[in-house]
Design a protein around this ligand. Structure first.
Ligand code: AMP
Length: 490
């Protein structure tokens, strides 16, 4: 394997789009939509279009703005197409995993963009390999493409997708192109988001509704768990097929806490509203009467404004202040070789404003703690510039276990909350107090029952059979000390 990684294939932590238009080229809308989803993946970007006769594909490593030039967009002919941005994972700089995956079979041409992670990809790959399928990558997406192509030899499109959905298990939001027809599929648990939008001259599918907004489109609705959406190739509408029914969903709560954009709407909730509500609940559960409340920019902002508002509603004299400034040029792709470098990166990324915190009691609000690098550094930084007390309040429950469903976190042994209670963690990060939000508060803010959420990273109990699964970080462990992406984005 080019990067010495695992046999199960990298997980896909990504953004997907698809458009079907009438009388308009698809490439540029796809490009803008991918720009809106850049936060979901910075390792590679790609677009595949179909002009009614053949597929056109352009996939590059790097950011959307760097991956395509005018010439590339001009050569992506056709009024239908799909796109993909891929998340960077430890040790992987592997262009064979860049997407959309495109291929021609006897049954026609296929393009596939995948967000999620299959838990039985190895098994399906081995079975298909035994039947003569040759694989060019170790990714899940190619497994789905081969299975679907095989089913298409015997079935019509809808039945073929249904059969593939019966064979693959795990989390997947897919945009698929079969010749010039664009499809969207969401796994039966609806783990990763996928929504439908109406745009000028047609319809689109996207991981997040912010991608519909940038095209001045109208959000139509979320794709339902287990549903297949077929966009009409002439852009006149879409058909829906509920192919698999499941009693419970397994929506990822962490999409709302950290991963998705606050201006996106996922499963009937505006992410911004959810974050503010989580902030309010954080005050209700563990509010501390300090002089100022500071968000960790950017993702802590909505939490902190909800927290401060709830405090003020109760008459607490807590002032909301932007006391931490973020250097936006220290990005997600900043690769740090050592813990020392990760700490330096937090220092480069976040700078406290002395005048806002000096001589004050301070509450810092962040969305989550993963390894604890950010919190430890922040407490120290704030004390260095004269904060009297530093209280950490976290808008999510403690992360005690890795994510196997498509969010890049840390391996179990790197998680500060794995095997430690809140008091141990408080001591380790040297805060005056520390509180996390309860799991019940998260469920309430989302308006969902616990049974309908994937809470694997905060309970260690997963809604999928993860036996034998490893996270990218766990399998990359031998290399990780030498090359690891360790800095949080915001
Ligand atoms: P850490 O410093 O390792 O404790 O990470 C916590 C910080 O990382 C918080 O500021 C979060 O906003 C951010 N964060 C949480 N999850 C992720 C993720 N999957 N990728 C990058 N950053 C994250």
């Amino acid at each position: 394997m080019p990067d010495g990684r695992h046999s199960e294939g990298p997980t896909e932590k990504c953004g997907v789009v698809g458009v079907s238009l009438d009388d308009r080229e698809a490439a540029r809308p796809l490009y803008y939509a991918l720009y809106a989803l850049q936060h979901r993946g910075q390792e590679s970007a790609g677009i595949v279009t179909h002009d009614g006769f053949q597929q056109h594909s352009h996939v590059e490593m790097g950011l959307v703005g760097d991956a395509f030039d005018e010439g590339d967009l001009g050569s992506l002919n056709g009024e239908t197409g799909i796109g993909h941005v891929r998340y960077p994972t430890a040790g992987s700089v592997d262009s064979s995993c860049a997407q959309p995956f495109s291929v021609s079979f006897k049954s026609g041409s296929l393009g596939l963009s995948h967000n999620g992670n299959l838990v039985n990809a190895d098994e399906v790959r081995e079975e298909l390999a035994a039947k003569g399928h040759a694989f060019t990558s170790d990714g899940d997406t190619e497994v789905i493409a081969h299975d679907l192509a095989r089913n298409l030899l015997e079935e019509d499109l809808i039945r073929a997708v249904k059969r593939t959905m019966g064979r693959i298990h795990g989390s997947y939001s897919l945009t698929i192109m079969h010749d010039d027809t664009v499809l969207g599929v969401r796994d039966p648990e609806g783990n990763r988001p996928l929504c439908i939008g109406e745009v000028d001259g047609g319809y689109m599918l996207a991981s997040e509704s912010a991608a519909i907004d940038v095209l001045d489109g109208e959000f139509v609705r979320d794709v339902k768990p287990g549903e297949l959406i077929v966009l009409k190739p002439d852009g006149s509408g879409f058909d829906s097929y509920q192919l698999v029914d499941q009693e419970n969903t397994a929506h990822c709560f962490f999409e709302h806490v950290y991963f998705a954009r606050p201006d996106s709407r996922i499963d009937d909730n505006l992410v911004y509203d959810v974050r503010r509500e989580l902030g309010r609940k954080l005050w209700e559960e563990s509010g501390v009467d300090s002089d100022v409340v500071l968000p960790v920019p950017d993702s802590g902002r909505a939490f902190a404004s909800g927290y401060a508002e709830a405090a003020q509603d109760e008459g607490a004299g807590v002032e909301f202040a932007e006391g931490l400034m973020k250097n936006r040029y220290v990005g997600r792709t900043f690769i740090m070789p050592t813990q020392d470098a990760r700490e330096r990166a937090v220092r480069l990324k976040l700078n406290p404003i002395r005048d806002v915190v000096e001589g004050k009691t301070v509450t810092v609000i962040d969305d989550s703690i993963v390894r604890g690098t950010t919190s430890t550094q922040l407490v120290q930084l704030l004390k260095d510039v004269g904060a009297e007390e530093v209280h950490m309040r976290i808008g999510a429950p403690a992360i005690i276990a890795p994510c196997y469903m498509g969010i890049d976190m840390a391996s179990r042994e790197e998680l500060i909350a794995a095997g430690q209670d809140t008091e141990d963690i408080r001591e380790e990060i040297a805060a005056d107090s520390l509180s996390y939000l309860s799991i019940d508060a998260v469920a309430e803010a989302l308006g969902e029952s616990r049974a309908d959420l994937c809470l694997g990273c905060v309970t260690g109990e997963y809604p999928y059979d993860i036996e034998g699964e490893t996270t990218d970080r766990e399998v990359a462990r031998p290399e990780i000390d030498g090359a690891e992406a360790g800095i949080a984005d915001d």
